[in-house]
Design a protein around this ligand. Structure first.
Ligand code: FRU
Length: 505
């Protein structure tokens, strides 16, 4: 007999097929995970099972806008080349009637893959006006994560809470732990922690409030993730209601992290203030997992609910994930270093090595005439010998004068990612300080795709991920020096090949 979920999944795949037939690829990424067609947001259920990395994501197969959430799915043997998998979860039971929201994956002691997700219902059946009902649910897979059997609610919403979602589960000292993002009766943003000693993972009890945001305006902490890094613990989350403060938390949706100390049974202590999970314009709902060789790897959603992307309107797809990044604790222990995983270097092809050179005052150097797919630039600026006030790496320069600019700026002592002239979509700039360690030599890595730019600053002191939608036509890559000369210690440009095992169509 066909189950309700099988029927829902079949309908979802048929809908993606219909959308795919009209997909416009002008901005469709080559080196980033996106759905075949339709909308995606948060990465979900990251894990390594049966020799393959599994990445699930929030997915609306019905259109290129957010809608009833499913879990889309891709997998890879090496985190480089990805295979499309069938949609894994669809709304099909009363508790997830209006959406299978975000969650995480673990391997149970008996070897079964278990995912925890939020079952979402609108109280009025259509929207948030009368509030919602959100509970944490369990689903099990016996085939390495392709199909799931739902096991129902395992953690109920606390009485009177307004939001309660996004379970992240891990095992610590023989016990299972879950953090869940919450909006309390008083509208405070909390991360609540639950524990479980049941091998079936069905019996959970409330442990403690792990973290409450000190900002009273922050009413909800979405997508919490809590993990050890070096000798500290890091909590990442999306504070809803946060206001811009100087250079930080300027996006409609911001992912931040705090660092502190924690051990089972103890409070989360000596916690730092919010630090940006990424300093770009589009980075939200990050989730991490541990690779088999013990690295902490994180994916984020390169998007925001507050900005409508041009692909949603006409291209039959919307939303993409960032490249996977490895996290490490910075020396001093109160910040996180982040850089793309080494695996993605395997995507590099057609490398052009420009070596060391001097770019004269107010000169431009063309690096590529048309970066039509994905590419990566690695550049080292010898700041000690550079007299320019500003050095720009100009990306996606189109014949009609559009461009996205990554700059080192001596006056502000910052690295900028400027989308003022990027084309369609959001504008505005983001920036981070030049890392102190880079006072002599500044290393920048810029990953360019058809609708995004991700900048890695220094040794991973910061990353900036932003969406850009350049107009049609060749997309040139140019280096330019302003009011002085730039001393380039090294510069390489790589084409990045597609991440997909087989083309969509
Ligand atoms: C964050 C989020 C989550 C929720 C999901 C719904 O982007 O709002 O809190 O589970 O997206 O798609």
């Amino acid at each position: 007999m066909t189950s309700d979920m099988e029927t829902a999944l079949r309908r979802a795949e048929a809908s993606v097929d219909r959308l795919l037939a009209g997909r416009d690829d002008r901005w469709y990424p080559a080196a980033h995970i996106a759905a075949r067609a339709g909308w995606i947001n948060d990465p979900n259920g990251l894990c390594f099972v049966d020799g393959r990395y599994q990445v699930y994501f929030q997915h609306h197969p019905g259109s290129a806008d957010w809608g009833p959430m499913h879990w889309g799915h891709v997998s890879s043997a090496d985190m480089v080349t990805w295979r499309r998998e069938p949609i894994a979860l669809a709304p099909s039971v009363e508790e997830d009637r209006d959406g299978v929201f975000s969650g995480s994956a673990i391997i149970r002691d008996d070897g079964a893959l278990a995912v925890f997700y939020t079952g979402h219902r609108w109280r009025n059946g259509t929207d948030e006006r009368q509030g919602n009902l959100q509970v944490q649910c369990l689903a099990l897979s016996a085939d390495g994560g392709r199909t799931f059997e739902k096991r129902g609610t395992v953690v109920d919403c606390p009485e009177g809470f307004r939001h309660f979602r996004d379970p992240k589960v891990w095992k610590q000292d023989g016990r299972w732990y879950m953090v869940v993002g919450a909006s309390t009766v008083e509208r405070r943003g909390q991360v609540r922690m639950y524990t479980c000693d049941d091998p079936a993972l069905e019996q959970w009890s409330f442990d403690s409030v792990l973290y409450e945001d000190p900002d009273e305006r922050v009413f909800m902490l979405e997508c919490p993730d809590f993990f050890p890094l070096g000798d500290k613990w890091v909590l990442t989350f999306g504070p809803m209601g946060a206001r811009p403060r100087g250079y930080s938390e300027r996006n409609g949706n911001n992912a931040v992290y705090v660092v502190g100390e924690w051990a089972p049974g103890r409070p989360f202590a000596n916690v730092t203030g919010h630090r940006p999970g990424d300093a770009g314009a589009n980075y939200y709902a990050p989730q991490s997992f541990l690779t088999p060789d013990g690295r902490r790897v994180q994916y984020g959603w390169m998007g925001a609910f507050t900005s409508s992307e041009p692909t949603c309107a006409a291209d039959h797809w919307c939303g993409q994930l960032t490249v996977p990044r490895e996290l490490a604790l910075a020396p001093g222990g109160n910040a996180v270093l982040m850089a793309p995983v080494g695996e993605i270097e395997a995507l590099r092809a057609d490398t052009r090595d420009f070596g060391a050179f001097e770019l004269g005052a107010d000169q431009d150097a063309g690096l590529a005439d048309d970066v039509s797919g994905a590419a990566e630039v690695e550049v080292e600026l010898d700041l000690a010998r550079t007299t320019a006030e500003r050095v720009d790496l100009v990306v996606h320069r189109t014949p009609d004068g559009h461009q996205t600019v990554v700059s080192w700026d001596d006056q502000s002592g910052r690295v900028w990612l400027d989308r003022r002239l990027s084309g369609r979509g959001g504008r505005g700039y983001r920036s981070v300080p030049v890392p102190a360690e880079a006072s002599g030599l500044l290393r920048l890595r810029v990953i360019i795709d058809r609708s995004s730019v991700e900048v890695v600053v220094g040794r991973g002191e910061a990353m900036m991920s932003s969406l850009v939608f350049p107009p049609e036509g060749p997309r040139a890559l140019v280096l330019s020096a302003e009011s002085g000369a730039a001393m380039v210690a090294s510069l390489r440009v790589h084409r990045l090949r597609s991440i997909w095992e087989s083309p969509d169509r």
